[in-house]
Design a protein around this ligand. Sequence first.
Ligand code: COA
Length: 374
Amino acid sequence: MHTPAITGTGVFTPKEIITNAELVEAFNAYADKMNTANAAAIAAGEMAPMEHSSEEFIFKASGIERRHVMDKSGILNPDVMHPLFRQRSDDEPSLMAEMALDAAKKALAQAGREPGDIDLVICAASNMERAYPAMAIEIQQLLGIDGFAFDMNVACSSATFGIQAAADMLRAGSVRAALVVNPEICSGHLEWRDRDCHFIFGDVATATVIERMEEAKGPHFEILSTRCATQFSNNIRNNNGFLRRTRPDGLKDRRDMQFMQNGRKVFKDVVPMVSRHIAEHMGDIGIAGDRLKRMWLHQANKTMNDLIGKKVLGRTPAPEEQPNILQEYANTSSAGSIIAFSQNSDDMAEGDIGLICSFGAGYSVGSVLLRRHG
Ligand code: COA
């Protein structure tokens, strides 16, 4: 059996930024427009008026200050309210592949690796741009990687589930070095016309190189153990899919064809589920909470992370022990914990132990225990 290690990570950050102020201004203009268009129905009591969003609420409820997106012009246009992308020909790299490629090249450079050293690509993300061929195979081809590639989707937990899949194959010897990429175009499935959630997501791509520890060329993180768990819930759901046109009204502009969640319920269910999962994972491999130097948690909600951190450590974590990036990126689904790891791990010392943990729709939770070397 080989010991797997993370030897490189990379983050692709879209250039365009939407601040909470810009987001709220666009949403409120849309709400006013809808209320004017439906004034008669509202006056007759047949319809409730749309309420304004607020910057104060967004920051207080989530900790989010801004988000990076692939196209802000459509999102901020009250006549559009979603991103607008140009049509690409089938011979051009797809958008997700382009984002993943940027992150992958950074991760490979950090690991000191060439694409030819990799023999497995997993594209693990919440949404795939098309049904097939797999995004991962396109990314494999664009990078010039031999071997094999496949897609997987476990929503916000996709990255940690992908790392577990790659680490297990590495241990068993079926692959030598893997690239796990997480291109997340969350702006595409977010309902920007719903104030309950319009502030939640941003776009980004992350990549992780995993290889045999004895072959690492520089500082790296030994993968001590991984653990994944799932439990079915409808509290985060998106009904869009390939059977859409087959169902009555399936092609209509329906709310359930975008991201939907019962945020309060998710919060209440997921905090204890994740805290228990981490405690059991660490307990089973004999690592006490006080040995954990850092936690890179899923980036959905600051209060949620504060509560999980406190339960795991048995005290309030210092900000550097549990770095958050959601203020800058918002929720980037599976990529969030990997951005936190990538941007806040270089300073760790030989032997330091840390934990990546992601959680979300499914429900799903994945944890990766790491030890720093070099
Ligand atoms: N601006 C102003 N007010 C808003 C608003 C907005 N943008 N959005 C909602 N509100 C209102 C609500 O209508 C509600 O009003 P009411 O009390 O009169 O009914 C009130 O603010 C509270 O809304 P609620 O949705 O209950 O807020 P919350 O404190 O639960 O925060 C989330 C919402 C989504 C930030 C929070 O529940 C959360 O992060 N949950 C976990 C989500 C998660 O991790 N999901 C994983 C996704 S991958």
